[in-house]
Ligand binder design. Structure first.
Ligand SMILES: [Zn+2]
Ligand SMILES: [Zn+2]
Length: 338
């Protein structure tokens, strides 16, 4: 029988909507690093991965990983003992998007927590290629590992804001004030005073108002302004439609939240109002490093973590997005709590 030190607990996706936590063999560092997972964020895209899983599959997901390097191949020995965050998207380095500095949209993209085993486990093996490409970033000494688990989602927000060109006098409307929407509010507020939110849940509106939103609306009919930049920060087809309908002439829209099934768009919305429409997906290692710095500079971001859960609570956290009554924003798995 394997010794307990050769094994670890991991949560496997085993079929559509089905997860199972069990003891499995512990990976080695391979040609890269072995991390002891400190925290792994639970993301809306994990819920979509779980829902669309194939029967009989067995994989470890989780792409918002902070860990401590506990073993390494010889060439990376100096990393042992460091606390690191992982930018999970591995570009090929040679395709057009990679050469233009956008490995997040690589033609042959591989992502830790998707194609490669992820962070819903006590240990994660990180390929050497990820170290070489800058996907492994040491945490700033003063940054709490828990807060650092926000770096991956925050890096995606920075990608969205970067393409949206927020100036000091632009107004920004954020549709959806879940964890991603709240990050957009806090980061946009550092660029402009005019940040608005549409969010049906009152506790989330209150949180956004306390974290920099100028006004928060329960729905479109509540007097919601047409803003220069509209960010769809939720996974709702209705929000996509609202963004297109509500954008003023010359406006910009970022389709940030992913949808299981996309919507059809009336091109006349774009043409006659001269709108700029773009999507953003994921982030680059450089944006990940920027996110870690932003987390040290902006302590309000840490408030977005509302729940730290043990393994046994992971299936229920994965099945519900909304809290029941209490404010629920970002949930982190602590894989050392059972
Ligand atoms: Zn995520
Ligand atoms: Zn590529």
């Amino acid at each position: 029988m394997a010794k307990k030190t050769d094994t670890m607990l991991a949560s496997f996706v085993i079929g559509p909507g089905r997860m199972k936590t069990e003891r499995t063999s512990r990976p080695g560092p391979g040609d890269g690093l072995l991390l002891k997972t400190l925290y792994s964020g639970v993301c809306g895209s994990d819920r979509r991965q779980l829902a669309s899983a194939e029967a009989g599959q067995r994989k470890i997901i989780g792409h918002e990983i902070v860990g401590e390097v506990v073993d390494a191949s010889g060439q990376f020995a100096e990393w042992i003992g460091r606390r690191v965050g992982i930018a999970p998207r591995l570009g090929c380095g040679t395709c057009g998007p990679c050469r233009r500095g956008h490995p997040n949209i690589c033609d042959k993209l591989r992502v830790i927590g998707y194609q490669l085993p992820g962070g819903f486990a006590q240990f994660v093996a990180v390929p050497g290629e990820a170290v070489v490409k800058g996907n492994v970033v040491e945490l700033p000494a003063q940054l709490d590992a828990k807060v650092a688990a926000l770096a991956e989602p925050l890096s995606c927000v920075l990608n969205g804001l970067g393409l949206s060109h927020v100036e000091p006098d632009t107004s920004v409307l954020v549709l959806g004030a879940g964890p991603m929407g709240q990050m957009f509010v806090i980061m946009a507020r550092s660029l402009t005073k005019d940040v608005y939110v549409v969010e049906p849940e009152s506790k989330r509106r209150d949180f956004a108002l306390a974290h920099g939103a100028k006004e928060a609306f329960a729905s479109e009919s509540g007097g919601m302004p047409a803003a220069d930049i509209t960010i769809v920060a939720c996974s709702s087809p209705q929000a996509y439609e609202l963004a297109l309908r509500a954008a003023p002439p010359g406006g910009t829209i970022d389709l940030f939240g992913g949808l299981a099934d996309g919507i059809k768009i009336d091109s006349n919305y774009l043409h006659y109002r001269q709108l700029t429409l773009h999507g953003t997906a994921g982030s680059t290692p450089a944006q990940f490093a920027h996110a870690l710095r932003a987390l040290t500079e902006n302590p309000k971001l840490a408030d977005i973590i509302t729940d730290v859960i043990p393994f046994r609570a992971l299936p229920s956290a994965m099945s519900s997005i909304e809290g029941t009554g209490k404010l629920s924003l970002k949930t982190l798995l602590d894989p050392w709590k059972l």
